[in-house]
Design a binder for this molecule. Structure first.
Ligand SMILES: Cc1cc2nc3c(=O)[nH]c(=O)nc-3n(C[C@H](O)[C@H](O)[C@H](O)COP(=O)(O)OP(=O)(O)OC[C@H]3O[C@@H](n4cnc5c(N)ncnc54)[C@H](O)[C@@H]3O)c2cc1C
Length: 604
């Protein structure tokens, strides 16, 4: 495909989602939609992409020393590489294991199209005792493998969480209280939500991240919001004075498109001569000096499979995410000593890397609504998107609604449940799934888990997927709070505003729990949550931030690995405890704060 004189190649992803034979009309329609969207130069933006490397002797490989090497071009990596390279004297290299994000991920209606493709690491947990039992205890963990990271598998909801979560972090980590972090939240944000609906003093208006709302909202959303209001839930700004709300979520979006941190921070910086981004470059090891107290650079496998070395004059910064950073540290000899020794990995530092894994968890109650979903893939809606950047293509349907709720198990009324919704996005429109299109899933998710799991190496092979054990639902409180929130969902469907819309509550077959349906609601829902678990994708904590005196900590409050001051970790893996919201906004904040600390240390 060529645009503005620049060419690029991409695989078709939309057809893969239809599960239809290639000669079917819908299959052909989906291919056409994808090609038409890709041909919009303003969306595919090929001239501002990372140039792919022509051959193994290209000049990109001749330079073998940089000031800063950033590993992973996801949320945090995009922010940090862009901020550090603002100083023209800082030479920055960003290494990303995946390729460019596919164009279709820029269209909100197709937000999760890259899941379960080669752009996804496709991790799975080890068998869980209390979760995903209908799948032999194995829960799926999508994680983005592309420049953009997991953000390009996501709905880009932008929420920051309750101040008390950060204030708790700050007890052990100087500089991390909510009030102190506000500077970084504001610095990153360019808020464009309706001005009279936000608490202005909590927002930034000049940062790179466009935080706004989708232009299109399905009609049913109005009934749901009214229903929530009848139940006493507040409509308002979840990132403002009070987090407890049921509302239209702030979203990272601009001009009817998805606005990921990669697009908003890194793409505009790609032309800088002091910033180099290498794609399909899988970092397999961090190198250290003889004493093991200084990182000297990294080794990575290029797209031809050749292992190359790059030196870091100043720092190596890991932004590989909750799995990638923990895995790479362990492969490089930083981790639990006995485990590394078993795998014959030379121990550089004995630290609890991979422990302290925490999560959000829940279940989706699927209900059938009256009437039909008219958010279709038609010529008209495609046209509306292309010409006006409006209509169903510009939204994630009901996924753009969310609610924060404090169950009776929460402390000090800090929300421990987040409601998510799915439904009313345009999909492959076939005769068979027309009915399905008016189904809505309400997903209550428990946020403040006390359980801790682990990510351990399966082997010393950097390509072997690690052993992921989140230890889901180890604490009964999670189940109790989830049972309460299923009741809230039911009550919501019985409100004046909603009851006319709902044809049938809980339509899922839930075969393995069906025998309990008529017997006991508590037993039935307990069974359903454990069997058909929704392991929400907000895992974090595997390189915990905390002081050296904390036996569970990996990095200090400046995000430096304990004992190795020029090796930092800055991504979702450093959260000491779970955050009670979506994770991207906090990770962007971490990227901003990390970049500031690094600049300050090196007088940049
Ligand atoms: C389906 C889904 C929906 C979600 N929806 C939302 C949402 O609406 N709002 C929200 O706030 N959050 C959402 N999240 C969570 C959010 O996307 C992640 O928490 C966030 O992206 C984490 O950012 P990160 O920088 O820590 O890691 P990532 O964004 O995952 O970035 C890590 C990057 O490092 C690369 N990498 C890893 N290892 C290596 C290596 N060895 N060498 C080179 N590169 C490497 C990866 O390929 C990746 O690009 C969602 C997640 C999923 C899966």
């Amino acid at each position: 495909m060529r645009c503005d004189g620049c060419s690029f190649e991409e695989a078709n992803l939309l057809t893969g989602k239809c599960d239809l034979p290639a000669n079917n009309n819908v299959f052909i329609l989906m291919s056409l939609i994808e090609i038409i969207i890709r041909a919009q130069c303003s969306i595919s933006d090929p001239c501002r992409r990372v140039k792919s490397i022509a051959n193994q002797n290209a000049k990109e490989f001749l330079e073998d020393e940089y000031d800063f090497i950033v590993v992973g071009g996801g949320v945090a990596g995009s922010v940090i590489a862009a901020r550090l390279s603002e100083n023209p004297y800082a030479k920055v290299l960003l290494l990303e294991a995946g390729g460019e994000a596919p164009t279709i991920t820029s269209v909100p209606a197709f937000w999760n199209t890259a899941t379960n493709t080669s752009y996804d690491w496709q991790y799975q947990t080890v068998p869980q005792k209390r979760a995903c039992l209908s799948n032999n205890g194995i829960c799926l963990w999508p994680r983005g493998k592309m420049l953009c990271g997991t953000a390009c598998l996501s709905g880009l909801m932008y929420t920051r969480g309750h101040p008390s979560v950060y204030d708790e972090w700050a007890k052990d980590n100087e500089g991390w209280s909510y009030d102190e972090l506000m500077e970084y939240f504001k610095k990153s944000e360019r808020n464009g939500e309706p001005f009279d609906e936000i608490d202005k003093e909590y927002h930034g208006f000049e940062g790179p991240m466009s935080v706004s709302r989708f232009p299109f909202l399905p009609d049913l959303a109005t009934n749901i919001l009214k229903g929530a209001k009848e139940l006493g839930m507040r409509y308002g700004d979840p990132n403002g004075r009070r987090q407890e709300t049921f509302t239209i979520a702030p979203i990272m979006t601009e001009n009817g498109e998805m606005a990921s941190p990669y697009k908003m921070y890194l793409r505009p910086a790609l032309g800088r001569p002091n910033l180099r981004v290498l794609l399909e470059s899988h970092v397999v090891r961090i190198n250290f000096d003889k004493s093991g107290s200084r990182a000297t650079g990294v080794e990575f496998q290029d797209k031809w499979g050749k292992v190359r070395k790059m030196k870091a004059r100043k720092e190596v910064i890991l932004c590989g995410g909750v799995v990638g950073s923990a895995q790479l540290l362990q492969l490089s000899g930083i981790g639990p000593k006995e485990e590394l020794e078993k795998l014959r990995i030379k121990v550089v530092r004995n630290l609890p890397v991979g422990r302290n894994l925490h999560y959000h968890i829940g279940y989706g109650v699927t209900m059938r609504m009256e009437g039909k979903n008219t958010n279709s893939l038609t010529n008209e809606t495609l046209d509306d998107f292309l010409k006006n950047r409006d209509g169903p293509f510009t939204s994630t349907g009901l996924t753009q609604l969310t609610g924060f709720y404090a169950s009776k198990y929460s402390k000090n009324k800090v929300p421990d449940i987040q409601f998510y919704l799915d439904g009313y996005t345009p999909k492959c429109r076939t005769r068979e799934n027309l009915r399905e299109k008016s189904d809505v899933s309400f997903r209550p998710i428990y946020l403040l888990s006390k359980c801790r799991g682990s990510i351990r190496l399966r082997s010393a092979d950097p390509h072997a997927k690690p052993l992921i054990d989140p230890n889901y639902l180890c604490d009964e409180t999670e189940l109790k709070a989830l049972l309460e929130s299923v009741e809230v969902v039911y009550n919501l469907t019985r409100t004046k505003a909603m009851r006319e819309c709902v044809r049938e509550f809980d339509i899922a077959e839930n075969k393995r729990c069906a025998h309990l349906r008529a017997k006991s609601s508590t037993q039935y829902w307990t069974c359903v949550i454990k069997e058909y678990t929704n392991g929400e994708n907000h895992h974090a904590g595997t390189c915990k931030m905390g002081p050296a005196t904390d036996a569970t900590a990996v990095v200090d409050h400046q995000l430096r690995v304990h004992g190795i001051p020029n090796l930092r970790v800055a991504d979702a893996s450093i959260f000491p405890t779970p955050i009670n919201c979506n994770t991207i906004a906090p990770v962007i904040m971490i990227g901003e704060k990390a970049a500031d600390m690094i600049k300050c240390d090196w007088h940049l």
